[in-house]
Design a protein around this ligand. Structure first.
Ligand SMILES: Nc1ncnc2c1ncn2[C@@H]1O[C@H](COP(=O)(O)OP(=O)(O)OP(=O)(O)O)[C@@H](O)[C@H]1O
Length: 235
């Protein structure tokens, strides 16, 4: 079943035309990867999906509803979860308080929901160990795990991950990759992943390649050729 349908999407920063006629589909439980060099518009697409940017033309249909005009908090509560590039952990809040922020995305928000789902501690045991530590005192890899856990607590149906392995030690990259796969198999969430690590890209079912704000290639990752990889991945 198609969960997300993007049709003819065009997004601008002022008069700079960034996204050009983007079409994309993501099915329930599917992992889709968006690849492309720096500055082609990948983050702009994710921000358009969550409502931080308003597309000038085109449609974003999520679970049958046109969401173009919905506010970011409405999209979060309808099931679009987001892990931003750079993680955006609140440094002066504890790990537990950062996790609680994720509960805000649930209908009724923090007022109605207090319980942290044990799944996040199973996925990322280090978070349970460091519950009272300040977010800013965690390593980059631990902050990334916290950011994914926080998004997961909003019980998303679609999880958008913007370069989750950027600037992270190789041993933690593997942990994050395994956690994302486990999240998909245990919760049935669909994932749109922006990623540069080829090994992680290959874990996705399908890929879309972006160049100058447009989708220029797509297909199953099993058919990702060396030429495509060299053209669209910078590492
Ligand atoms: N706030 C902004 N105002 C104006 N232009 C912007 C703004 N943010 C990004 N851009 C421009 O939009 C284009 C697309 O940027 P975007 O961040 O979406 O690229 P990206 O593919 O995610 O790259 P990266 O991997 O470097 O994050 C770039 O040319 C960038 O300079």
């Amino acid at each position: 079943m198609t969960m997300l349908q993007i049709k003819g999407l065009n997004t601008y920063y002022g008069e700079s035309h960034i996204l050009r006629d983007v079409d994309m589909n993501i099915n329930q439980g599917e992992m889709v990867c968006l690849i492309g060099r720096n500055g082609v518009g990948k983050t702009t697409l994710l921000k358009s999906l969550i409502g931080l940017l308003t597309p000038r033309r085109g449609e974003i249909i999520f679970n049958g509803d046109l969401v173009n005009r919905k506010q970011p908090h409405q999209r979060a509560r309808s099931g679009i979860g987001y892990v931003p590039q750079g993680r955006e952990i609140i440094p002066y809040l504890t790990v537990e308080e950062n996790l609680q922020l994720g509960l805000e995305a649930l209908p009724g928000g923090l007022a109605k929901h207090k319980k942290i789902d044990e799944l996040v501690y199973e996925l990322f045991p280090v978070l349970k160990q460091f519950l009272d530590r300040k977010g800013g005192d965690l390593s980059g890899g631990q902050q990334q795990q916290l950011a994914i856990a926080r998004a997961l607590l909003g019980k998303p149906k679609l999880l958008l991950l913007d370069e989750p392995t950027e600037g992270i030690q190789p041993n933690i990259v593997q942990d994050i990759e395994s956690a994302v796969k486990r999240i998909i198999s245990e919760t049935g969430v669909g994932v749109l992943l922006v990623e540069q690590h080829l090994h992680f890209v290959r874990q996705a079912d399908r890929y879309y390649a972006m160049q100058r704000g447009g989708i220029v290639a797509n297909g199953p990752t099993s058919e990702l050729s060396k030429a495509v990889v060299e053209k669209f991945l910078s590492v």
